[in-house]
Design a protein around this ligand. Structure first.
Ligand SMILES: Cc1cc2nc3c(=O)[nH]c(=O)nc-3n(C[C@H](O)[C@H](O)[C@H](O)COP(=O)(O)OP(=O)(O)OC[C@H]3O[C@@H](n4cnc5c(N)ncnc54)[C@H](O)[C@@H]3O)c2cc1C
Length: 374
């Protein structure tokens, strides 16, 4: 006999945690299976901790809508529960004519997405705000900020548990099989392989979310669900650079990421990054030989930086739906009823702004679950 439960969530990153918090109620059996020994050890703790405003994404995309909604929810959550965060503001800078053209496009895009507080800055206006930054023009985004993501993860975890969600760590989902109107979910832990039966399966497995969809029986190549890994590394700057710049400073965007930006964490540490290059496997080491690339990228608008003051810091990996050179892909957040999998909800390609959007994504998935149970 297998244990019967209502909802299985695969993965205890920020998306699995926020979703568990949103849907757990005493009367519903919500189980979160996580292959690591605790929550939030992968992409959710390997990012820039930036609360994004919602500028970059095409209007009406899930990325745009859930980022703008998630930003407000996140600031409110931080305020209510004393999670350290700072609405530091951000400036996207242009150093040449081509990039100035980009700024206009981004400004319009942001406005269409409902980011109403953006201002275009001339060189003089920019200099007044950030005397140490060298650029020809910029966009000021006052609602961008930073947060202590680890405390956020801890809060989501403890609130989900208080609401009745059960977390099972060191437990990897290794099989999913449709059985009538339910799913048999095979799990592997230290004791071997066992199974539970669940009506709903929510795939929040981050870098492995395409593989989980495949396990459930979806042809991921045909569905366009195959993930590409895109690594982002960070270098830290010497402490003498603290407080030279007040806001987050981003270059006009590169293709795969938002470009090497300047960010000062809540603890005062200054980081440059993340880079963006495609890799085959998850390897979180930082390649020191990339130091010069970081230096050259940042020096364009932060002329005071010296090469010897950079040190390798950390890395994360983006679960991207678009491969090298391909165009925009949106988050996949879908109830797979039409593909013949009622009760299976896939979240695939939850790259940036996934941290910002997490509370809004959780609401969105919550609505799907309530509709399903009727
Ligand atoms: C370099 C970088 C910078 C970023 N910067 C920002 C930023 O500044 N702002 C922002 O909003 N977003 C940012 N993001 C995006 C954000 O970090 C992610 O969107 C978010 O963390 C995704 O969370 P997740 O829960 O989907 O994934 P994860 O945190 O990876 O969680 C997935 C979990 O699933 C578990 N899992 C996988 N397979 C299985 C299995 N078979 N069984 C059980 N468990 C399994 C994993 O162990 C993992 O814990 C950044 C991302 C990167 C890589």
């Amino acid at each position: 006999m297998f244990t019967e439960i209502d909802v299985v969530i695969i993965g205890a990153g920020v998306i699995g945690l926020a979703t568990a918090r949103a849907i757990a109620q005493e009367k519903k059996g919500v189980f979160v299976f996580e292959k690591n020994h605790t929550f939030g050890l992968e992409t959710s703790s390997r990012n820039s901790e930036v609360i994004h405003a919602g500028i970059y994404y095409p209007e009406d995309s899930l990325k745009a809508k859930l980022c703008v909604e998630g930003k407000s929810l996140l600031y409110r959550l931080c305020e209510k529960h004393n999670i350290a965060c700072k609405k530091s503001g951000k400036i996207i800078v242009a150093v040449d004519e081509d990039e100035i053209r980009w700024l206009d496009i981004l400004y319009e895009q942001g406005r269409r997405n409902g980011v109403e507080d953006l201002t275009l800055l001339s060189r003089t206006e920019l200099k007044k705000l950030e005397p140490n930054v060298e650029a020809r023009a910029g966009i000021l985004s006052p609602s961008s900020g930073i947060l202590d993501s680890h405390t956020l993860l801890k809060l989501l975890y403890s609130q989900a548990r208080e609401k009745g969600a059960q977390f099972v760590f060191d437990t990897e989902v290794v099989g999913i099989e449709r059985m009538g109107d339910k799913y048999r979910v095979d799990i592997r832990d230290r004791e071997g392989i066992s199974a539970v039966i669940s009506r709903v399966v929510i795939n929040a497995a981050g870098l492995k979310s395409d593989e989980i969809a495949q396990l459930a029986g979806i042809d991921i190549v045909k569905a366009g669900y195959k993930l590409h890994y895109c690594k982002g590394e960070y270098f830290s700057l010497d402490s003498k650079y603290r407080n030279l710049v007040n806001r987050l400073i981003y270059p006009a965007p590169e293709q795969a990421g938002h470009g090497i930006h300047w960010g000062q964490g809540l603890d005062g540490r200054v980081l440059l990054g993340p880079s963006a290059y495609y890799v085959e496997a998850t390897d979180y080491s930082v390649d020191e030989t990339n130091k010069e690339y970081f230096y050259i990228s940042a020096k364009r608008f932060l002329p005071f930086i010296e090469l010897e003051d950079l040190a390798p810091e950390s890395a994360g990996i983006r679960p991207k739906l678009q491969g090298p050179g391909e165009g925009f892909r949106d988050f996949i957040i879908t109830h797979e009823e039409k593909k013949g999998f009622p009760g299976l909800i896939n979240l695939i390609g939850i790259e940036s702004p996934g941290l910002t959007a997490a509370p809004a994504i959780a609401r969105y998935v919550g609505r799907m679950v309530y509709e399903f149970f009727g």
